[in-house]
Design a protein around this ligand. Structure first.
Ligand SMILES: C[S@@+](CC[C@H](N)C(=O)[O-])C[C@H]1O[C@@H](n2cnc3c(N)ncnc32)[C@H](O)[C@@H]1O
Length: 265
């Protein structure tokens, strides 16, 4: 593991929280299948040099290690890489960096595949980071961004879950996030000179007591104080968390905007 920066002080859901490893593992379990299916469709495989930016719990970086080796490289970076300690044993490389200010540790090569998931929306200087990620691509390299967007959900999601989600969105935005940024990514990638730009938005629909429901319940637990600062009562938060434990209830989460494109060859 390399690097010396301190964890991002503005991030709403720091990895040092007691249950962060469980929360990140649930996030991976809920989102990895679609991320992996798309990466496979894009050809990611043996010999690819991959950058996982904001690797978090590391589940996607672990999958990258399983397909890129032998012959490839997997560099997983995070402001707080405490959950990535097993990656070197799988052939990956880990670096603690702040994506805004620190050099991306690409050594003497550029990347064939650069990926983020639920990272850039949280970073106030996200446009600067985006340009740096684009510059890290090898000619013909693939950029895949999977970022959340409150599109539609911010206003319309009903019940206690909706009220808490809106307060969560406000709390993240007070810390520098932008819940309305990802929808503009296709145009932004084109403006940055990438080609073959594709995009889709997917709204996860999930049952109470599922992995995704537990992930949101832990999210509310982690940001409990911030939610109250945003004017949501303890009772409403408790109701939202109880609803998430109810296997008879169904919910939908904010859309995941997936955008992928290639650097010119
Ligand atoms: C919501 S988690 C997503 C983790 C992982 N990408 C996933 O989808 O499972 C966001 C991650 O981005 C990292 N992060 C936030 N701001 C960062 C920054 N400025 N530089 C590097 N990493 C950052 C956090 O430490 C955290 O691990």
């Amino acid at each position: 593991m390399t690097g010396s920066s301190s964890p991002n002080p503005h991030y709403t859901l720091p990895n040092e929280w007691d249950f962060a490893d469980e929360r990140l593992a649930l996030l991976g379990a809920a989102y990895d299948p679609d991320s992996i299916a798309l990466a496979q469709q894009l050809g990611v495989g043996a010999g690819w040099r991959c950058l996982e930016a904001g690797a978090g719990g590391g589940s996607f970086a672990r999958w990258l290690c399983s397909v890129a080796m032998p012959g490839g490289r997997v560099v997983a970076v995070d402001a707080d890489p405490r959950h990535l300690a097993d990656l070197p044993g799988r052939g990956g490389e880990v670096a603690q960096i702040d994506l805004v200010t620190d050099e991306i540790p690409s050594g003497d090569f550029d990347f064939d595949f650069v990926h983020t998931r639920f990272v850039l929306l949280h970073i106030a200087q996200r446009d600067v980071v985006l340009e740096r990620l684009v510059r890290a691509l090898a000619p013909g390299g693939v950029l895949l961004l999977e970022e959340g967007d409150g599109l539609g959900v911010l206003r319309e999601m009903p019940g206690a879950f909706g009220e808490v989600w809106r307060a969560f969105a406000r709390a993240t935005e007070a810390a520098g996030a932008n819940q309305a940024w990802a929808r503009n990514l296709p145009a932004q990638l084109e403006a940055l000179g990438l080609v073959d730009v594709h995009a889709e938005a997917q709204i996860p629909v999930f049952r109470g007591a599922s992995a995704m429901a537990r992930m949101w319940e832990l999210t509310w637990a982690q940001v409990h104080e911030s939610l109250m600062e945003q004017g949501v009562s303890r009772e409403v938060i408790a109701t939202a968390r109880a609803e998430l434990r109810n296997g008879q209830r169904w919910f939908y989460a904010p859309p995941t905007v997936r955008v992928w494109a290639r650097a010119q060859s």
